[in-house]
Ligand binder design. Structure first.
Ligand code: DQA
Length: 143
């Protein structure tokens, strides 16, 4: 699980948009979901684009898939998109808010075209749904 910039401030950051839930609570929800699904999940938050690129590159021989909320980098980062393309690991994009109901600059995602799919608008539940979708995809791919 990769969390992008400013998501470390969840809980205090624009609660009207992102809700009261903290990043720790989201990670706990994801760990619970991972246990239910019988998979292992690790989580990293970074405010730095290059650190997220490094983490995507390092995922290659360590993980089978990527769940990512690239936050503002969703709308700006060719580097993150290229890293996902380069490692070619199944990736699910998630957002707390429905980015298509917000400002026009949030309507475009550089990541969506290189992701299996996107889940946007369900608050913390977006993450749980995203992890479930990723694991189902990986298991189907193995059949
Ligand atoms: C976000 C949506 C982005 O537009 C924004 O920059 C974020 C959070 C979300 O989860 O709703 O930081 O990715």
């Amino acid at each position: 699980m990769l969390h992008g910039p400013n998501l470390n401030l969840l809980g205090q950051r624009e609660p009207g948009i992102y809700g009261p839930v903290t990043l720790d609570a989201i990670d706990s929800l994801l760990q619970e979901t991972a246990t239910e699904l019988g998979v292992q999940m690790n989580s990293l938050q970074s405010n730095h684009e290059g650190e997220l690129v490094d983490a995507i590159q390092q995922a290659l021989h360590q993980y089978q898939g990527i769940l990512i909320n690239a936050a503002a980098y969703t709308h700006t980062s060719v580097a993150i998109r290229d890293a996902i393309s380069a490692v070619n690991l199944p990736t699910v994009e998630v957002h707390l808010s429905n980015i298509y109901r917000r400002e026009p600059f949030r309507h475009h995602s550089y990541i969506a075209p290189v992701a299996i799919g996107q889940i946007s608008g369900f608050g913390a539940e977006s993450y749980r749904l995203g992890l479930q979708a990723l694991v189902r995809h990986l298991r189907q791919a193995k059949l």
